[in-house]
Design a protein around this ligand. Structure first.
Ligand SMILES: NC(=O)c1ccc[n+]([C@@H]2O[C@H](COP(=O)([O-])OP(=O)(O)OC[C@H]3O[C@@H](n4cnc5c(N)ncnc54)[C@H](OP(=O)(O)O)[C@@H]3O)[C@@H](O)[C@H]2O)c1
Length: 289
């Protein structure tokens, strides 16, 4: 894909399956254009067998860096030469960078999630959190909250064993944060909700127009909390609609998406991400879908 003899031409992309209408190419290409870089970012929608094949041949690829999304954030790790400390602990990579002849994996979702917290002016230190879900993104969220000094975090998941695994993964790493696993419903779940300062939805519930909210209005605590849904399309899930009706502060996943991409751009190019332009491109892309 690289023109012979032009070392300035760089190729990036995102791997996922399915990728649907991924908006990453839109805001990454806008950032390359901003600096007049001879770089381009593609969407590589590849099924698992082809993804594994491509990763086995990474060394002969003419790619300079790439993102990975569902379902490859864990799969990709086996093909990389090194991981950042955060990516290793979280066990999830969404940004890969070529460093010399080696491929390094990073977790810039973490950076994106924290940017969303900052935008909502929420400081996790000393606070109680609940994370709905125990998948890859939930791991990033639990790591971010615990690292920021949260007092306790309840991980509520449909599959309890998965939530317990997440507790085991992080409890030793963060002894000052009390981690607990629970089912996504029932008395224990309801009791835990009444005490949280932040509730994060890291499940897929809310993505489809037919999805309801994992929480009914009567379960929301009386105190004003932050409800953060990682989903960015739709911009306001049923959960966020209910939270808004209750007068809570809400945050969707758009800022997280933007900042995980901005961080990746900075790692690849060594240049400051043109956030205003990237955000504008993201807005337009999300609106037009
Ligand atoms: N804004 C961003 O930049 C950004 C970045 C990453 C992810 N996300 C969003 O985060 C969400 C989670 O992604 P992921 O990569 O963590 O996915 P994942 O690893 O596949 O985990 C999915 C989670 O959703 C739960 N779940 C799925 N269907 C459910 C249902 N019907 N009822 C209750 N729980 C259900 C699963 O529970 P079980 O364990 O019981 O299956 C699991 O905990 C997605 O909506 C994704 O779009 C946003």
């Amino acid at each position: 894909m690289r023109a012979a003899g032009d070392p300035e031409l760089k190729v990036y992309g995102i791997f996922g399956w399915p990728l649907g209408h991924t908006v990453s190419p839109v805001f990454q290409n806008r950032a390359f254009d901003y600096y007049h870089l001879k770089s381009i970012y593609f969407a590589f929608e590849r099924p698992p067998s082809r993804f594994r094949f491509l990763m086995r041949h990474l060394k002969s690829f003419m790619l300079d860096g790439f993102n990975v999304t569902v379902p490859y954030k864990e799969t990709v790790i086996a093909y990389l030469d090194r991981l950042s400390p955060e990516a290793r602990i979280i066990g999830s990579v969404n940004t890969v960078k070529k460093e010399g002849n080696r491929w390094a994996g990073y977790n810039t979702d973490l950076h994106g999630f924290l940017a969303g917290l900052r935008e909502a002016k929420f400081r996790a230190s000393g606070k109680s959190g609940m994370v709905l879900g125990a998948g890859g993104s939930a791991r990033t969220v639990v790591y971010a909250l615990a690292k920021s000094g949260a007092r306790d975090i309840v991980i509520a998941n449909r599959t309890l064993s998965r939530a317990r695994r997440l507790v085991n993964r992080f409890q030793r790493q963060f002894p000052k944060t009390a981690l607990r696993a629970t089912f996504l419903r029932g008395k224990e779940f309801e009791r835990a909700i009444s005490e949280v300062d932040i509730l994060v939805n890291a499940t897929k519930v809310g993505l489809k127009p037919s999805d309801g909210s994992l929480l009914q209005k009567k379960l929301f605590p009386k105190k004003k909390i932050l409800v953060y849904d990682l989903i960015y399309r739709p911009r306001r899930t049923k959960l966020l609609q209910l939270a808004k009706q209750c007068g809570y502060k809400i945050q969707n996943g758009e800022t997280m998406l933007l900042h995980q991409g901005a961080k990746a751009f900075e790692m690849w190019t060594g240049k400051r991400a043109p956030l205003r332009e990237m955000k504008e491109a993201l807005h337009v892309a999300l609106k037009s879908q």
